[in-house]
Design a protein around this ligand. Structure first.
Ligand SMILES: [Zn+2]
Length: 156
């Protein structure tokens, strides 16, 4: 299994246990190159992570689609593309269940962007939440401006 952080082609399994009532095997892996750890879930192919859409339909989770949304929001922003890729391609690790709603994916992505870049967050939120009025949009920006600036968080 390739390391999602540094791309090293082989990683070591440090822990392995059943998950999701035996429907999956959760493996903790360690990269011998960069030393970082990540989790993989092994499932039968009949049960890929499914996304429950707003219209009630389901489709298999697609990390490329998530990444496209993130890249669009971060266009011309000082955000490391590798950080976005890592988020998209390790996203399934953060979801233990067999299913997630598209709404939850959006909320997780928004929480992630909020930490990275406020402009990217607002862009993503404006598409995702489909602000129906200028007032709501301004309200969101006002809420954000009450947050401490991202660049002052170092050492926190
Ligand atoms: Zn690595």
């Amino acid at each position: 299994m390739k390391c999602p952080y540094c791309g090293h082609p082989d990683t070591r399994v440090v822990d392995s246990r059943p998950s999701d009532e035996g429907a999956a095997i959760r493996r903790r892996r360690e990269c011998p190159s960069c030393g970082r750890r990540f989790t993989t879930y092994e499932r039968t192919q009949l049960e890929p992570l499914m996304v429950l859409k707003r219209d009630g339909r389901k489709e298999p989770f697609n990390p490329d689609k998530l990444l496209r949304g993130l890249l669009l929001a971060c266009e011309k922003r000082p955000v490391d593309r590798e950080v976005l890729k890592r988020f998209a391609y390790t996203f399934e690790d953060q979801v233990p269940g067999p299913e997630i709603s598209s709404e939850e994916i959006g909320l997780k992505a928004m929480a992630f962007l909020k930490e990275l870049d406020h402009v990217a967050y607002i862009r993503f939120a404006s598409v995702y939440r489909e602000f129906d009025s200028v007032e709501r949009f301004i309200e969101e920006i006002r809420r954000l401006s009450e947050l401490p600036p991202v660049d002052k968080k170092e050492g926190a």
